[in-house]
Every structure is written in C-alpha cells, then in structure tokens.
Design a protein around this ligand. Sequence first.
Ligand code: C2E
Ligand code: CA
Ligand code: CA
Ligand code: CA
Length: 278
Amino acid sequence: TAKRERAGYVFYDSSQNTYSKARLSLNHDIIEALEHDQFDIYFQPKIDAVTQNLCGAEGLLRWKHKDYGFISPEKVIESAERAGVIHKLTLSMIEKAISACSQWHKSGHKISVAVNLSVRDLSNKDLTTKVKEFMDKYALEYHFLTLEITESIMMENLAISLEVLQKLNKLGVHISIDDFGTGFSSLAYLKKLPVNELKIDKSFIIEINQDANDKKIVSAIINLGHNLGLNVVAEGIETQKSMDMIKAMGCDQMQGYFISKPICKTSFQKYLENHEKN
Ligand code: C2E
Ligand code: CA
Ligand code: CA
Ligand code: CA
C-alpha cells in the first residue's frame, strides 16, 4: 500500500520494471552521493507533433546505488526532501540540464531542456538567483529552460509559488504544468500563474486508442490549453496508434517510449546527431 511504501523504501528493478521491497535508510547515502556528485541525468526527447522534429528533452534523475542498483527517482526525491537536501539536489539537476543543453546548442541543436521541481523547491530563496547564475555560466538563453511543476506543488503554497514563478517567468524561463489532469484543484490558478505549457498526464495517453473517455479528456485539455494560448504536450506515447491520434487531435508536442526512452547524456548526443538540426 501507499502507506507502507512511504514508511520504507521501494527499490526499482530496472530489468524487471517492477518494485521489490527493501527497507533501508537512504538519507545518509543520498547526502553522500550528492557530495560526490553521483546523481545522473537522463534525457527523454520531446518532438514536435506536426514536423516530428526534436524540440527538447526532459531531464530525469537517475541514481545507481552502490549496493541496491537503480532506485526510482520518486524515492530519491522523497528521501532527499526528508534529509533536507532537496534544494541542493534540484540545483544540481538544473545545472546538469543547462550544461548539457548548452553543449547541444554548441553542436547546432537549438532545443530546450526541462527539469522537474519538487514541493520544497518553490520555497528556495536561491532558486531564481541560481538559475540566473547557471544560465550565465553556460551562456544559455532563458527561454530554452522549462521548469515542470505539478498542480499540487503549486497549490501547497500559492502565494510563494506565484512570487517565484513570476520572477522566473519574467526572466524568460518557461513554466510547464506537469501531470495535468490528475490534480484536484480548480483551474483558476491557470489565469493567475505565469504558465506556458500543459503536459497531459500519461495516464490519459497510454490507452487513448482504446478508451473513449481518455480521448474526450485529452481533447478537452488540448482545447483548454490552446484557448489559453499554451503549448500542449502529451507524455506517455507508447504506440504508433496513440501517436497518430494525438497528432490528429492537434497536440503540439509529444514524448514517450515510442519516440524514445530516457537515455544517458552520451546516447542523447548521438540521438541528436541522427536527427535534423532545427
Ligand atoms: P514525470 O515528471 O511525470 O516524468 C515522466 C515519467 O514517465 C518518467 O519516469 C519517464 O521515464 C516515464 N515515461 C516516459 N515516457 C513514458 C511512456 O511512454 N510510458 C510510460 N509508462 N512512462 C513513460 P521516471 O524517470 O521514472 O520519473 C518518475 C518521476 O520522478 C517523474 O515523473 C518526476 O515526478 C520524478 N522525477 C524524476 N526526475 C526528477 C528530478 O530531477 N526532480 C524531481 N523533483 N522529480 C523528478
Ligand atoms: Ca515531468
Ligand atoms: Ca508527467
Ligand atoms: Ca509523474
């Protein structure tokens, strides 16, 4: 159960794609891994639905524990929050993403990069300053960085979220609402917050070709997003069929296993070289 998972740690078995139970305190290991810069970032391509051109990548945390192998990013984030090092971890992910994106630009690929934020990140007073610092250091323009935030993260403290997001957005950083459609909040925040993108949750996309309700929901989200002038992204594209359907429905961008799984930095560089320059 969820409660049980929260109490201990669930380890991700990448070969089986299943979770096996093991209870351990990871806090210490996470702090140490952070000190030694042992967290890795993988990139999942995001393509334009119309042209099929690569337009960006989402950076996803990967950590191979020395004894337990790969641990799911959700678990790592949760422990990092508990250990009080989430700010540091997020900043390190942001720096890795910006650094990689700047390299892609140097090789002629002007695509964007996205990083996920966690609940506590919006109360980090340093976030905006650090983002500025990294963008300067790697000479990347602000609009090539997207920060993905879930509704629940914003709702946790709307006043703080508003302030931080406005600052970032003023700089030119893009804000994306991740897992859109799974939150329970009203949609009123969409007109208050500086949002650029809606990312439709994969639970509506994965079986879209078999589920009429999913299709209706996705269609409604695309219309809502477009009426608000937002970029709409579908994640969780696993089949040609769902890709065709999403495309026909007018979604702007697509991401999912059918296009590519998240891949390491080196593989992503190769992926870039095999795809047209924008
Ligand atoms: P998310 O932000 O919703 O990221 C999408 C997740 O869906 C990723 O899982 C990705 O590998 C997976 N995915 C991509 N395409 C498909 C598909 O076609 N089908 C299916 N079934 N899944 C697909 P991942 O990498 O295990 O990450 C899980 C979650 O962990 C993320 O969900 C995000 O909430 C969190 N996360 C990952 N990296 C970070 C990070 O650096 N910071 C924070 N705060 N959270 C992170
Ligand atoms: Ca995300
Ligand atoms: Ca998501
Ligand atoms: Ca998610």
